[in-house]
Ligand binder design. Structure first.
Ligand code: PLP
Length: 426
């Protein structure tokens, strides 16, 4: 194979005809493959089936603090779960709230409350301000952006670099604009690029000067234990860094067991300074008498301790690493020599991020859909669904069985070649 842009127009047209024949053949196969969301596969879900057995009717439901897990109470979660998840996030149990089944729900509610009441230290509810803006390192997680859109928070994209967001841009923007109240971050094995923020980036976040005194970092550490290798990326502790910098209240940390145990019936957690937690706990107690403590107890019994979580995650990695390896191998063999695409090679998380030539991602995704392969919508990884270079495609390798995954990537690579050649011929 040669680089596509090194071919004559005639050779390109011939190549296009060959690829189109292949495409029409695939179209006639009536494929129905869905690669659109990062979900665990059934084999991964099976790893946590023991959850159903760890709490039975003959059990002792008494918690560490003497209360009964079956009854009302404990608005910020059971002590056992605080202890377990505080180890996972490197914070103290006093700096945690253990919530319901979804960290996205906690993030949404945090910002909804900020709009209604402000956060600790706000002069006024954010919604009373003429404008509230958020920085959105991009490509990023589409559901973060959807929360901002819903709440009328204006989004400002910031480029992602190899070690985290473009901190020169971030520092400049937050230093000069009081309406910028926060930033979204997926600091470890980021969605979709698999980037882990460097220590220097974490320190710059902790120390940067912000014009808004009530600026918040939404630190979504969703993939903190989701390693794909035996040499996990390390992430500097942001809460410690913020505290050391004299900005202890700057960060809200989130995570969950959605991709450790069961999405939809996992346990979500939030960590922040004790002052922040106290402020939020009071608000939460008007919303609920308490979360699902039985589910929290089940999780503690199944996962036990940090070692238990790590062992469990190794079993996940054993199932999904071959899928990541397959995608990477196919991208390399189908596209490696063509000089039309680049992609991430993550050490963890749930995604591979693929960049096409500028102006091609939408066409590639549409063409794959017309052949029965549904990918994440092009543009979804940018605020307002608008990828300014129309080049980013998020690949989610975990859910499909291997055979379907291979077929889907074959179709993706084929469509990418066709669209790229068509663009070169224009
Ligand atoms: N945060 C990130 C970065 C994610 O990728 C996802 C799911 O894909 C979530 C949060 C959802 O978390 P939860 O299931 O805890 O709501």
């Amino acid at each position: 194979m040669t680089q596509l842009d090194g071919l004559t127009r005639e050779r390109m047209s011939e190549q296009l005809e060959l690829l189109m024949t292949k495409y029409r053949d695939i179209q006639s196969q009536g494929l129905q493959l869905d690669m659109s969301r990062g979900k665990p596969c059934a084999e991964q879900l099976d790893l946590s089936n023991g959850m159903m057995d760890v709490l039975t009717s003959r059990d002792n439901f008494k918690l560490q603090d003497g209360s009964d897990s079956r009854n009302y109470g404990g608005v910020d979660g059971i002590p056992e779960a605080k202890e377990l998840f505080s180890q996972m996030l490197g914070v103290s149990p006093k700096e945690m709230i253990i919530g319901g089944n979804s960290s996205l729900n906690m993030m949404h509610d945090t910002l909804a409350r900020a709009m209604l009441f402000g956060v600790l230290g706000s002069d006024v509810p954010w919604s009373k301000l003429p404008k509230v803006r958020f920085l959105c390192p991009s490509p990023g997680y589409d559901r973060h952006f959807a929360i901002c859109e819903l709440l009328g928070i204006e989004m400002i994209p910031v480029d992602m670099l190899q070690d985290g967001p473009d901190m020169d841009a971030v520092e400049h923007l937050v230093r000069n604009d009081e309406s910028i109240k926060g930033i979204w971050c997926v600091p470890k094995y980021s969605n979709p690029e698999g980037i882990t923020f460097s220590d220097a980036v974490v320190d710059r976040f902790a120390n940067m000067e912000t014009k808004a005194p009530d600026f918040r970092i939404m630190w979504d550490d969703a993939y903190t234990v989701h390693h794909l290798t035996d040499e996990p990326d390390g992430l500097k502790n942001i809460l410690e860094a913020c505290t050391a910098a004299g900005n202890p209240d700057r960060v809200f940390i989130y995570s969950s067991t959605s991709k450790v145990t069961f999405p939809g019936s996992g346990v979500a957690v939030m960590a922040a300074s004790e002052a922040n937690i106290g402020f939020i706990r009071k608000q939460l107690s008007a919303q609920t008498i308490g979360p699902d403590k039985q589910n929290q107890l089940r999780h503690v019994r199944l996962l036990r301790n940090m070692d238990g979580i790590e062992q469990h995650m190794k079993k996940h990695a054993a199932i999904i690493k071959p899928k990541f390896d397959t995608v990477l191998r196919m991208l390399e063999s189908e596209l490696g020599q063509l000089n039309i695409a680049s992609w991430s090679k993550p050490n963890g998380g749930y995604f591979i991020s693929l960049n096409t030539p500028d102006g091609c991602a939408k066409a590639v995704v549409n063409m794959a859909a017309a052949a029965g392969v549904v990918l994440t919508k092009a543009g979804a990884t940018y605020p307002y669904g608008n990828d300014p270079r129309d080049r980013n495609i998020r690949i989610a390798p975990t859910f499909p069985p291997m055979g379907e995954l291979e077929k889907a990537i074959e179709v993706l690579c084929l469509c990418l070649q066709i669209v790229s050649i068509k663009q070169l011929l224009q």
